[in-house]
Design a protein around this ligand. Structure first.
Ligand SMILES: Cc1cc2nc3c(=O)[nH]c(=O)nc-3n(C[C@H](O)[C@H](O)[C@H](O)COP(=O)(O)O)c2cc1C
Length: 363
């Protein structure tokens, strides 16, 4: 098949005073896109990455979990922090609090279906109450505008199949001063089941002047291109496909620019990236907690690789951070001898559901 480059689909994007280097974004994922992972994604080709959500509940800001989420040391600009909550004044306070701690962009979460968020009527549950959703948008924009901080909105296509109201909310949000909208092409009701649709993204893009980002099930470079073409969206946002494979952003960039798949990364490079990530991860969480929370990242990274499943089982039994680093190093030493380039892993549709299922635990 002849190469079909589409370099016009890959471009920098202006967001407020920031010029994002490209339009390939890492999705916010609670329990996954912490600062070490975001830094790695940006290094390996993502033009932008949003933090895990930070609650608007003041009582929790001092908690270890929230203060870690507000730690942006060493992350390349712009620092984008997602906030989640149900009360306009509280959300405005949360925006100000995070700006004081380094946030340069505030993202409002109307996309997350996790129970813990939804029982408190936050995340995508807000889409069911449009006046409240817009009151939150207005309050957060009013808090951020005097500081020159753009506010963005992430949502689903709607509450349920009969109520795909993303377009109405997006129009209202644009009128209220939102700078960019991301649409995950699933309803709240769908959770992570079924498949994402992109017609709603295309309708939102056609109706708005601000940048619109397409999200949901984009797991290969070819899919990224197809979604950009079908929706006219200004950017794509990738979540689960970046778990354990943050170089996917570079692969998409290569494919859009050249029209041919990138060669697989050198196994030694992957080893180095993963070890650096592991060190950063242990440093942020401390060795005891970091050892446990790193297991999922390692599991995703070796998933589908020859011998990966056996290594994952063995690695999960290790209870010392240094030993975990040594095990990862040793496993990749052996892999690199047999495979100088990372063996290709076929996209596994079942993997997406499984990875999404973690949201209830993580968020
Ligand atoms: C483990 C996990 C955690 C998530 N946490 C958040 C979150 O904190 N905020 C949010 O807006 N979306 C969250 N999401 C949704 C993702 O940002 C994204 O919209 C969704 O996974 C669809 O994109 P994908 O198919 O590329 O993964 C989460 C998803 C997963 C799988």
């Amino acid at each position: 098949m002849a190469a079909c480059p589409t370099p016009h689909l890959l471009h920098p994007l202006r967001l407020g005073r920031f010029e994002l280097p490209n339009n390939l974004f890492a999705a916010p994922m609670a329990g996954v896109t912490d600062r070490p992972f975001r830094v790695l994604c940006k290094r390996l080709g993502a033009g932008y990455a949003v933090s895990e959500m930070v609650t608007s509940q003041r009582a929790l800001w001092a908690s270890l979990k929230t203060s870690r989420r507000a730690d942006h040391a060493g992350e390349p600009a712009p620092i984008a922090v997602q906030i989640a909550g149900t009360d306009p004044a509280e959300m405005a306070d949360a925006a100000r609090y995070n700006i004081d701690r380094g946030a340069q962009i505030i993202d409002i979460n109307m996309g997350c279906p996790a129970k813990k968020v939804c029982t408190r009527w936050a995340g995508s549950a807000l889409m069911q109450d449009e006046p409240l959703a817009l009151a939150i948008v207005e309050a957060v924009v009013a808090a951020c505008a005097p500081r020159g901080v753009p506010v963005t909105l992430k949502m689903r296509s709607g509450w349920c199949a009969a109520e795909r109201n993303a377009l109405r909310i997006a129009r209202g949000a644009e009128a209220a001063g939102i700078a960019m909208v991301t649409v995950h092409g699933r309803t709240r009701e769908q959770g992570y089941g079924g498949v994402a649709e992109y017609d709603t993204v295309a309708a939102v893009k056609a109706a708005l002047r601000i940048p619109v980002v397409a999200n949901g099930d984009i797991d290969t470079p070819a899919k990224a291109r197809a979604v950009l073409q079908a929706t006219g969206a200004d950017a794509v946002m990738i979540g689960r496909a970046a778990q354990g494979r943050p170089w996917v952003f570079g692969e998409i960039a290569h494919f859009l620019a050249r029209g041919t798949p990138a060669v697989a990364p050198a196994t030694r490079d992957v080893q180095r990236w993963l070890l650096e990530h592991l060190r950063d991860h242990h440093a942020l969480y401390g060795e005891a907690a970091g050892l446990r929370s790193a297991r999922k990242h390692i599991g995703w990274a070796v998933r589908g690789l020859p011998g990966g499943e056996a290594f994952r089982t063995q690695m999960n039994a290790i209870d010392d951070a240094q030993a975990q680093r040594r095990a990862l190093q040793g496993w990749f030493d052996a892999l690199a001898e047999r495979h100088p380039r990372l063996p290709r892993v076929e996209a596994d549709p079942a993997a997406n559901d499984e990875r999404g299922a973690q949201v209830a635990v993580a968020a």
